[in-house]
Design a protein around this ligand. Structure first.
Ligand code: FER
Length: 193
């Protein structure tokens, strides 16, 4: 049984405003989907469970003359569940899958001239991501002279974005350093083996 993080992602989204299933799916295609992905089908399964648990309620809104839109709203029950989860220490997360780490672990089976292309590719991906993240930061917060003055919701978004930039920049630095180390290592081995 999974830990149903999606449950809390949906409750969190509904704490901003009432939404239809379509609205929620759309949110997962935007900022939140950058670090927490969810499929349309998963979302609808979760919404059904949340209704049964009375963490959310449903009502119908008229969208146009004949089109009925099912809207979801956080209940007070759902609100306290969300808050409880937000401040609860993380349970142990299952080990992440890191393909690059797995390859590195078997470094001895990679030929010398095959290693730097691997790192170069990884680096180019990182720099692309860093550029994208900094663009986002500029678009969303470029006007912000002092993050301390942001409203709480924006501050949360700001922190997630700057966390991502810190992580990717540190990863890129590690890639650069490791590439240097590997180059020196092979040079060294070449002389002594
Ligand atoms: C955003 C763009 C990217 C954002 C987050 C990310 C929260 C990326 C996060 C990550 O890679 O961890 O607007 O907003």
């Amino acid at each position: 049984v999974g830990r149903r993080i999606l449950k809390y992602a949906i409750l969190g989204l509904l704490s901003k405003r009432d939404m239809s299933g379509y609205d929620i799916t759309n949110e997962f295609k935007q900022a939140i989907g950058q670090f927490w992905s969810a499929k349309h089908s998963q979302i609808y399964v979760e919404l059904k469970k949340l209704l049964e648990e009375e963490a959310i309620s449903q009502y119908v809104e008229m969208a146009g003359a004949k089109l009925e839109k099912k809207m979801y709203r956080l209940t007070s029950n759902g609100e306290s569940e969300l808050h409880e989860w937000l401040v609860k220490p993380d349970e142990k997360v299952e080990t992440e899958k890191d393909v690059f780490a797995l390859r590195l672990y078997f470094l001895k089976d990679i030929a010398k001239d095959e290693i730097s292309p691997l790192f170069d590719y990884q680096l180019s991906m990182k720099y692309e991501k860093i550029e994208y993240l900094k663009e986002q930061l500029e678009i969303l917060f470029g006007e912000t002279s002092d993050p301390v003055k942001l409203d709480t919701a924006s501050l949360g978004h700001y922190l997630v974005l700057t966390k991502a930039i810190a992580r990717e920049e540190s990863y890129a630095q590690w890639l650069e350093d490791s590439l240097t180390l590997i180059t020196q290592h092979h040079f060294h081995k070449g002389e002594t083996d």
